[in-house]
Design a protein. Structure first.
Length: 181
């Protein structure tokens, strides 16, 4: 009896985990992110990554980037909303939103790739997220967003080095800053 229960539990767990780990198809793709076709086209164009990562895995990480997941609940959608929270000028808000969308697309096309094939890593996203928090405190969102957009494009085009993206690139430390902050 116990073995049947254990077997049923394992089968149910496997089936449920496979449902969770598969990205939605076009019919149920999240409406608030760029189209599935956009990412499929980007995936198809990168033959190196395509040879080492399947499409479903890639698309799953695209969705996780935008929506967050267990290990990082703040996806790009929330980060974009946070960047707009204190902006009163509707023209400025529209510009910030458009540029955050471009940054998100650039990151979401590159970050989900296998480590050996990508130019944008989780540590870059953390640096950019922390810099955005600081920029919001300083009321300097747009200059930072412009800088990050240039760096995302530069990384993908191999014009910016992967190791060049550090916190100090955006907000240099003051002499009195604690080294471990």
């Amino acid at each position: 009896m116990k073995s049947r229960f254990l077997l049923a539990f394992l089968i149910a767990s496997f089936l449920l985990s496979s449902c969770v780990s598969r990205p939605p198809q076009q019919a149920n793709w999240p409406a608030h992110i760029p189209s599935r076709d956009f990412f499929v086209a980007h995936y198809e164009a990168d033959t190196d990554n395509k040879a080492s990562e399947d499409l479903d895995e890639y698309l799953l990480w695209v969705i996780r980037f935008y929506e967050g997941w267990e290990l990082y609940s703040n996806g790009w959608t929330k980060v974009t909303q946070d960047s707009l929270r204190g902006v009163k000028d509707p023209v400025l808000a529209q510009e910030i939103k458009a540029k955050m969308d471009l940054i998100g697309q650039g990151i979401a096309c590159e970050w989900p790739k296998n480590k050996k094939d990508r130019r944008i890593y989780t540590r870059h996203i953390v640096v950019w997220g922390n810099a955005l928090v600081e920029a919001i405190k300083r009321d300097q969102e747009l200059p930072l967003i412009n800088r990050v957009l240039a760096d995302v494009n530069g990384l993908v085009a191999h014009q910016v080095g992967v190791d060049d993206i550090k916190a100090e690139r955006y907000f240099p430390r003051d002499k009195g800053d604690d080294v471990f902050m």
